[in-house]
Design a protein around this ligand. Structure first.
Ligand code: PLP
Length: 394
């Protein structure tokens, strides 16, 4: 039996979601832009999905845009706003963080190569942005701030309400709208996201992180906030994300959003229970350090990350896989050299632990029994790591 503890990488598609999709594959398959009855049915299905997403985010359905994935949402928000900022002389300064996902770092580097100034905010040893650092970084030239809601590798949940309010206050002070984007891809369905409380301009979500299929995402864009398109086509999604709507995937992410909203408390309680157990058991093993914060109120429910002394993350993943446990590592082997992740490097994890990172991410279908079985396997695999091993340095 395989124990799947890699839900931050991707989740299975829920049965309810599959059931909702099936009708729209071969029965009610019309193009939502067609004006006949088949098209109208599809149009209604897209509208219903938009409403369900809006409930999850406490926003208006008109503020929800469907995209092809989380990466697409991050790029559309950042580069789309950058185009708008350039066209309107709003300033070419972007602030982001050193621990973002490559789908935020990538567009940031692209902008940097195209004449933008980019500030990468540091984090403390637990992975949190300091409010003062953000405040000091904002200048009259700043037009975009992008700070992830929750980190995929270490599970830290940034204080987005506080940070977005700070950016809003700076916007008032400088009499210009500073666009605040947050990559909420790991947070959706696990952390309450309330756009009425948090004055974010834009958010990114990805379906496959909360029980919808791969290949569908969401960009939330606050009313009256402008981004310019990166692609051009038939005008769908108000011309911002054009292309015939991925009907079945949109239906799926709508149903997944409805379920995430309805079952939020139950899921959080279950994930917290298993997470607390795993953190307690893993902390007791010699040579293991929990990375990220131990304050569960500031950590994604169900997310546990550790660094194993003198170990290589990918080798651990393979050994655990052979024992039937699927987890992931942020330290990857490139051309024979184990490279620590940019996130762990930013946390200043000790050198002898940097390459032995593991992420254990629980989901809706995991059980306490699985956690107990897995702990015995973790103990066995971790104890087989040689006490001191020659590590290849980079
Ligand atoms: N941002 C974060 C924080 C992620 O964890 C991921 C996926 O792992 C992405 C962005 C990219 O999302 P997608 O796989 O839908 O492109």
């Amino acid at each position: 039996m395989t124990i799947y503890f890699d839900n931050s990488a991707t989740t299975p598609v829920r049965k309810e979601v599959v059931d909702a999709m099936i009708t729209f594959l071969s029965e009610s398959f019309g193009n939502p832009s067609s004006i006949h009855c088949m098209g109208r049915d599809s149009f209604k299905a897209v509208a219903k999905a938009r409403q369900n997403v809006a409930k999850l985010l406490n926003c208006e359905p008109t503020e929800v845009y469907f995209t092809a994935c989380g990466t697409n949402s991050n790029n559309s928000a950042l580069l789309g706003r950058a185009r708008f900022a350039e066209a309107n002389n709003l300033g070419k300064h972007l602030i982001t963080t050193v621990i973002e996902h490559p789908s935020v770092i990538g567009p940031s580097k692209f902008l940097e190569a195209n004449g933008w100034k980019v500030t990468y905010l540091p984090v403390d040893k637990e992975g949190f942005i300091r409010k003062a650092d953000l405040e000091n970084a904002i200048t009259t030239d700043t037009s975009i701030v992008s700070i992830m809601w929750a980190n995929n590798e270490i599970g830290t949940v940034e204080p987005i309400e506080e940070l977005s309010n700070l950016v809003k206050a700076k916007s008032v002070e400088y009499n210009k709208e500073i666009f605040f984007h947050s990559d909420a891809i790991q947070a959706a369905g696990k952390v309450r996201i309330d756009t009425k409380r948090c004055p974010v301009s834009a958010l990114s979500l990805s379906g496959h992180k909360f029980y919808a299929p791969k290949g569908v995402g969401i960009m939330y864009l606050r009313k009256n906030t402008n981004v310019m398109p990166l692609f051009f086509g038939g005008g769908q999604e108000k011309g911002i994300i054009p292309g015939t709507e991925g009907l079945t995937n949109i239906v799926a992410i709508g149903e997944a959003s409805r379920l995430a909203h309805a079952e939020f408390d139950q899921l959080e309680t279950n994930l917290r229970q298993m997470q607390t157990y795993l953190i307690e058991k893993l902390s007791a093993i010699n040579g293991i350090q929990i990375t990220g914060t131990r304050d569960l109120q500031k950590r994604l429910p169900g997310h546990v990350s550790v660094a194993v002394e003198n170990a290589e993350g990918e080798a651990l993943v393979m050994q655990l896989d052979m024992q039937g446990v699927c987890v992931s590592s942020a330290s990857a082997c490139h051309k024979g050299i184990i490279e620590p992740s940019h996130v762990l490097s930013a946390l200043q994890v000790p050198c002898n632990m940097l390459r032995g990172s593991l992420r254990i991410s629980l989901g809706k279908f995991n059980t306490m029994d699985e956690c107990k079985t897995a702990v015995a396997i973790f103990e066995k695999v971790f104890s087989s790591v040689p006490a001191k091993k020659e590590m290849v340095s980079t």
